[in-house]
Ligand binder design. Sequence first.
Ligand SMILES: CC(C)(COP(=O)(O)OP(=O)(O)OC[C@H]1O[C@@H](n2cnc3c(N)ncnc32)[C@H](O)[C@@H]1OP(=O)(O)O)[C@@H](O)C(=O)NCCC(=O)NCCS
Length: 140
Amino acid sequence: MSVEIRSMTAEDYEAVERLWEASPGVGLSLSDTREGVLRFLDRNPGTSFVAVRGPRLVGAVLCGHDGRRGFISHLAVAPDDRRVGLGRALVERCIGALRERSIDKAHIFVFAGNEDAVAFWKRIGWGERSELVMLSRYTA
Ligand SMILES: CC(C)(COP(=O)(O)OP(=O)(O)OC[C@H]1O[C@@H](n2cnc3c(N)ncnc32)[C@H](O)[C@@H]1OP(=O)(O)O)[C@@H](O)C(=O)NCCC(=O)NCCS
């Protein structure tokens, strides 16, 4: 059965969450509750995608932008469906959606030590930013 890539919807949340939870390399936080993800999809319509084969969800990615830069996160492909181009195809859909919205650059954050993911991103044309350090804080 062929794989379809389509926009992520609210109805996908439970299956997407199961895939993320089974995917080391995807960092889940309180922002990834159903409410948090649906808020993200509302703010960023049409830029996040899932890959489905029949009834089975086999890939997912979040993508949004702030009007200036694009941000891709939570890319995951089910273990049995890796290395056949789904990760690349999901990212290409994100890039196309950002381009349509006149966003000319996107970022991805990868956990230090996730060498497989770094190899994947480099293989599909992304460049490592060794001159940058990421810092974060909570607003509360
Ligand atoms: C990273 C991930 C999404 C890649 O998905 P995928 O569907 O297997 O990737 P693709 O098949 O589209 O691969 C695209 C290219 O990257 C290469 N690639 C994929 N995984 C690779 C790896 N671990 N090491 C080296 N190259 C890799 C593929 O060989 C392919 O190259 P090719 O075009 O020359 O054939 C998948 O391994 C995954 O879900 N990992 C767990 C979650 C995770 O770490 N996500 C990343 C968060 S930043």
